[in-house]
Design a binder for this molecule. Structure first.
Ligand code: ADP
Ligand code: MG
Length: 188
């Protein structure tokens, strides 16, 4: 399922709603470019588990544990990982197959370590839809729960593709903007 949010608060609420229905043992992967809202989503999710302490991206460690919620939250950010072997070093299996819930930012970097039964969250921007617009796609184990969680905070799943099929009709770009109508912000 896919929903759209138009502010960090909406992404937070979606995460919170999903956190409220999360089950121990689940793994959620979070993919999307830098600054799309993976951490904002995680902060909401943590709030939904009943965690009050501030949640931020673990910068010096790969994983940060939060113990005060319904069950433990293991928040991973594997952005700086050089080699999946570093995951072995921290004993990731104890977290993945443990008694808490794992949220893994940049999980695509450790794809080969991920179990099959997971929930994949992908967040994308679409510059032409505004600075605070995000498209959030949730697939896998908790997809149905995610759809009800979304509806519970006033977000309704969109039909169709994650990204619009073609350039929008509004191809009259602002003066000085020489981009092709269909071009997306590709990495330089
Ligand atoms: P990431 O963890 O993906 O690198 P962060 O969650 O740290 O990204 O930051 C996302 C940034 O985008 C925040 O500054 C947030 O305020 C901003 N933002 C703007 N609109 C949204 C939105 N709809 N959802 C989430 N974040 C948003
Ligand atoms: Mg982050």
């Amino acid at each position: 399922m896919r929903v759209e949010t138009f502010s960090p608060e909406e992404t937070f609420q979606l995460g919170r709603s999903l956190g409220q229905s999360a089950k121990a043992g689940e793994i959620y992967t979070l993919c999307g470019d830098l600054g799309t809202g993976k951490t904002v989503f995680t902060q909401g999710f943590a709030a939904g588990l009943g965690i009050r302490e501030p949640v931020c991206s673990p910068t010096f460690t790969i994983v940060q544990e939060y113990g005060e919620g319904r069950f433990p939250l293991y928040h991973f950010d594997v952005y700086r990982i050089g080699d999946p072997e570093e995951m072995e070093e921290i004993g990731y299996e104890d977290y993945f197959y443990g008694d808490g819930v794992c949220l893994i930012e940049w999980a695509d970097l450790i794809e080969e370590l991920l179990p099959e039964q997971i929930t994949r969250v992908r967040i994308g921007k679409e510059p032409e839809k505004g600075f605070d617009y995000r498209s959030i796609c949730i697939e896998g184990e908790a997809e149905e729960r995610a759809a009800s969680a979304a509806a519970g905070c006033g977000l309704y799943p969109m039909e169709g593709e994650e990204k619009p099929a073609g350039p929008s009709r509004a191809s009259g770009l602002a003066a000085g903007d020489s981009r092709e109508a269909g071009e997306r912000g590709e990495e330089a």
